[in-house]
Design a protein around this ligand. Sequence first.
Ligand code: PLP
Length: 405
Amino acid sequence: MSFFEQILEAVPDSTFAMIEAFKADSNGKKVNLSPGIYRDDNAKTWVLPSVKKAKEILQADQNLNHDISPQMGYPDLVSVARQMTFKDTLDSRTVTSMQTISGTGANHFIARFLSDTLQPKTVWLSDPTWDNHPKIWRHTNPATEQRLYPYYDYKTSTLDIEGMLSTLREKASRGDVIILQACAHNPTGLDPSRENWEAIAEVCEEKEIFPIFDSAYQGFATGDADNDAWAIRHFATRVNATMEFAVAQSFSKNFGLYGERVGALHIVTRTRDSAAKVEGVLKTISRAEITSAPGFGAKVVATIIQNPTLRGQWQDDLKTMSGRLRDMRKRLYDELTKRHTPGNWGHLLTDIGMFSIMGLSQEQVAILKDTFHVYLLPSSRLSWTGLTSWNVEYVAESIHRVVTS
Ligand SMILES: Cc1ncc(COP(=O)(O)O)c(C=O)c1O
């Protein structure tokens, strides 16, 4: 008998299951609107021009070697990651930063670190959230209770800021953790306004909750990386600059470096003494889990940000990506309203970033996939990256037929 016969069968990950189902679909009209990976108007993965140039520079460098990075990561990457996230707020705060295996690794490391140190009773997740947040926390620390705070009002497709604030005020306790998404919220495409962020920060302070910003889309929301870091910098500087929090940063989307797994974790502490201890714990976790993060993607990002011409190109690349997504929002909105498709579509124009929730039932999502070969996640999250100028009419017509049948 095998040692492993008693294992319960794992539930497949819905995003990866969808990608496999799409690959296996031989229908010529198929459209994949499920993965959060930027595609160009030919539905092809886009290598950013700034990334292409950075790779040329690296490949021409006779001194490029494959040495292992220090424990906290490739120093130039760590330095640019800090600058991109905090900019001049770094002057007033103590921040411990390390390179991670992309955003997933940063989320895992902070879950591990907090489980070993703060030992939170509860982690608060937005309803809904990126489907990996609950998995990461369950995997890292099953003893931490997971609770949802209201975020998305499904009836009106708006942010339920009052529900969020009152739930935290009434139910959160000192030392709980809350996961906030810094911008371009996955899966709703809905971000708090600056006024909302101030109120959220106030509740976190009042209730002494430890916030984790998941920053996976910096630059994708507005096309401007500084604008998209506003909430983080606000938390860093408000009220005598004393709030302690963390940022899990990914470079997958904003540099199109999905497979290179480049990320960083930043922990903002009140004192230098705490920072030194934090660094020690992070090094211990890192040694046991990865020893050190991968080099090549980190060098690509650092080369771009440290070179003013490449940095300018990258800022243009961000505008190209976020601009194309905005165009697709308008195109689909126009196609649906032209057909008088029943539903609430106004939010498609005002949602931000890669995703929107289409407000379709699971059954409608299944018909879209099985009959029309249009793939959305079961939650009816649509990733704008799969829409193109040549498939948008087909997608609109498919949604129209499903909704009206
Ligand atoms: C909200 C959110 N956080 C983190 C990530 C992490 O992505 P990665 O591990 O590819 O950097 C993603 C990716 O989809 C995401 O949507």
